[in-house]
Design a protein around this ligand. Structure first.
Ligand code: PGA
Length: 241
């Protein structure tokens, strides 16, 4: 199982000390077969990389620019730059960025540039509450997958993170039956081998007991709870308990 910590726009140099507990945990037997990946803001990527040098915790970025070459793009960072400082993953298409205007075509360009730079892509997809109410979930997810992964031939470096927008940061999660149906739908929308699938949206040490029973899941994308080392470790432990 994969446990991806999405720190969003949180954290400073001081927060790096909180990682000691996680490093210790990652070297213990309790980690089982869990794979930990931290996605801090760009400003902390290098410090995290150095901090995790002697353990198996991986790092990833939260976004990238769509151009794979250097260029005059003030304020942006491309996949090649991320790879060069030790990132192995990148989150693309997070709903917080879609809300700010990133569309599926732009997301597709980002996915392509990340794959070219040999990063693993965590492609976020998910419906809003109003889309859910209008029963559009499946058509939204299909579109996000179809356009987001256009011309991507191999899925081995792709992870799909199903993150219902109405669940992110709200404490609400889909019920097990509902979630399983959607994950099955996502899996079946791939002809060949489907990518690994993560669930994201208000994952915490309490609801993990329910979420871990859901079929078709290869892991979790964890926002708020991942900023607490204790909660993050608890989520992993409880997944295997
Ligand atoms: P949350 O965020 O766990 O705080 O709901 C998840 C995400 O946005 O990736």
């Amino acid at each position: 199982m994969y446990f991806v910590a999405n720190w969003k726009m949180f954290g400073n140099l001081k927060s790096i000390n909180t990682l000691n507990k996680v490093i210790k945990f990652s070297k213990s037997k309790e980690i089982n077969k869990g794979r930990l990946i931290y996605c801090p803001p760009y400003t902390l990527l290098n410090s995290f990389y150095k901090k995790f040098k002697n353990c198996l915790i991986d790092i990833g970025a939260q976004n990238c620019h769509e151009n794979d070459d250097y260029g005059a793009h003030t304020g942006y960072v491309n996949s090649k730059m991320l790879k060069s400082i030790g990132a192995n993953y990148v989150i693309i298409g997070h709903s917080e960025n879609r809300k700010k205007g990133e569309n599926d075509n732009l997301i597709n360009l980002k996915v392509k540039s990340a794959i070219k730079a040999k990063l693993k892509v965590i492609l976020c997809i998910g419906e809003t509450l109003s889309e859910k109410r209008k029963r559009k979930t499946k058509s939204i997810l299909s579109k996000q997958i179809k356009i987001g992964l256009k011309n991507i031939k191999k899925n081995s470096n792709i992870f799909i993170a199903y993150e219902p927008v109405w669940s992110i940061g709200t404490g609400n999660i889909p019920n097990q039956y509902e979630l399983e149906k959607i994950l099955e739908f996502i899996k079946k929308s791939f002809r060949g081998k489907a990518p690994k699938i993560l669930y994201g949206g208000s994952v915490n040490p309490r609801n993990i007991m329910e979420l871990k029973r859901v079929n078709y899941l290869d892991g979790f994308l964890i926002g708020g709870a991942s900023q607490s080392a204790k909660k993050f470790i608890d989520i992993v432990k409880k997944t295997y308990s």
